[in-house]
Design a protein around this ligand. Structure first.
Ligand SMILES: Cc1ncc(COP(=O)(O)O)c(C=O)c1O
Length: 389
């Protein structure tokens, strides 16, 4: 058998595999399992976006390689620039500072390939969305985890990053609003971040697909913390606000050199997003936005149900301010993997153990709010029946 490349062996053990295996076993035993493990919207894509896709799919000009290939069509890049200006007051040049992506996950991966040489240092928060570590490892980089804590609002303490490490690091990955911790960042934090990026000559990327899933505050952007002359880039996505995870469309906005480097990787890797999907993306970004308020009302209702349930179990929890997750503390003295296993065994409910995002996440489990109302209610009733934990 031909051996796979070392980089596959270097990926950290995928802890979610263990819980999935237990889920399969429980199903095989006839248990009606409700999984709150996956964050994939249950609500439909807005009709006007689907209509735009259908119309564009009938246009033969869309059947060839996408116009402007890997960088995205001009009309899509202009729509992104207009959206960034409207949402965040950020001015980005659609020619030099905007790029279409096949989802923000693609941007993270290609950023690593564009900047990280074997042995280079990538700073990745602990806990964090696992794709950042995988992308850095695929590029051969050395991953240094930056510990986060609830006490600091799950934000990095720049003063605690040793200056020689900061100078040697090439990329710092951030993600606010955050998956899994649900933390948000304010403009003062972004200003501090841009100043740190400039002083240490480290690229700061904010992976930002949850910017619109924010309950009580105005969404913020890393790019509002300074000018795009700084080494900063943000990845956003249509996946979450428009219920378009399967469509695979997102955008990079930021420093022109970083956008050019990403483009170079993409030009040699993919041929961009299907033109009809980009047209639909323009309809999503530039058309009516009522769908988002409706979506937020649904997630808020579900969030409150989960938070109330956690309180009924005798566990502390503040209502998340953003994202469609709840990051809930496990009972004192328990670890996240065994606690998730217990909820599956005793209630048939799958939650994600926080340790899967890094050791700092071990005191928590993550629950996704993208489950239909009646199933989420059923899951919460089963948890309540466990009584105080
Ligand atoms: C933090 C984070 N980044 C990126 C993604 C992937 O987003 P996209 O569909 O835009 O690739 C997700 C999806 O769950 C996510 O949670």
């Amino acid at each position: 058998m031909v051996r796979t490349a070392e980089r596959l062996a270097q990926l950290p053990p995928y802890l979610f595999v263990q819980i999935r295996q237990k889920e399969r076993e429980a199903k095989a035993r006839g248990i009606d399992v409700i999984s709150l493990g996956v964050g994939d919207p249950d609500q439909p894509t807005p009709d006007h976006v689907i209509d735009a896709l259908c119309a564009a799919a009938h246009d033969p000009a869309m059947h060839v390689y996408p116009p402007d290939e890997e960088r995205g069509m001009a009309e899509f890049r202009q729509a992104v620039a207009g959206w960034y200006q409207g949402r965040f007051g950020v001015r980005a040049d659609p020619e030099r500072e905007v790029l279409a992506l096949i989802g923000s996950k693609e941007g993270n991966h290609h950023l690593a390939l564009a900047y990280l040489n074997p042995g280079d240092i990538a700073l990745i928060p602990d806990p964090a969305y696992p794709a950042y570590v995988a992308s850095a490892i695929f590029a051969g980089a050395q991953v240094v985890r930056v510990p986060m804590s609830a006490e600091r609002g799950w934000l990095p303490d720049y003063a605690a990053i040793p200056s020689d490490l900061a100078r040697r690091a090439k990329i710092l990955w951030l993600n606010y609003p955050n998956n899994p911790t649900t933390a948000t960042a304010n403009t003062a934090f972004w200003q501090e971040t841009v100043a740190w990026a400039t002083a240490t000559e480290t690229i700061v990327v904010n992976d930002c697909p949850y910017s619109e899933i924010t309950f009580s505050e105005q969404p913020t952007s890393l790019l509002s913390g300074g000018t795009l002359a700084a080494p900063v880039v943000e990845f956003n996505s249509l996946s979450k606000p428009y219920n378009m995870t399967g469509w695979r469309i997102g955008m990079a906005v930021g420093n022109a050199d970083i956008i050019a480097a990403l483009r170079k990787v993409k030009e040699n890797t993919d041929s961009g997003v299907f033109g009809a999907v980009q047209r639909a993306g323009v309809a999503a970004l530039s058309g009516p936005q009522e769908n988002i308020a409706r979506l937020l009302a649904i997630y808020r209702r579900r969030r409150d149900l989960v938070v109330d349930t956690w309180h009924a179990l005798g566990l502390p929890l503040d209502a998340p301010r953003a994202t469609f997750y709840v990051w809930a503390p496990v009972p004192a003295g328990r670890d996240s993997l065994s606690f998730a296993g217990e909820l599956l065994e005793r209630a048939g409910v799958v939650v994600t153990p926080g340790v899967g995002y890094g050791t700092q996440g071990d005191g928590y489990v993550r629950m996704s709010l993208t489950m239909r109302d009646e199933r989420l209610l059923e899951a919460m009733q089963r948890l309540r029946a466990l009584g105080p934990l």
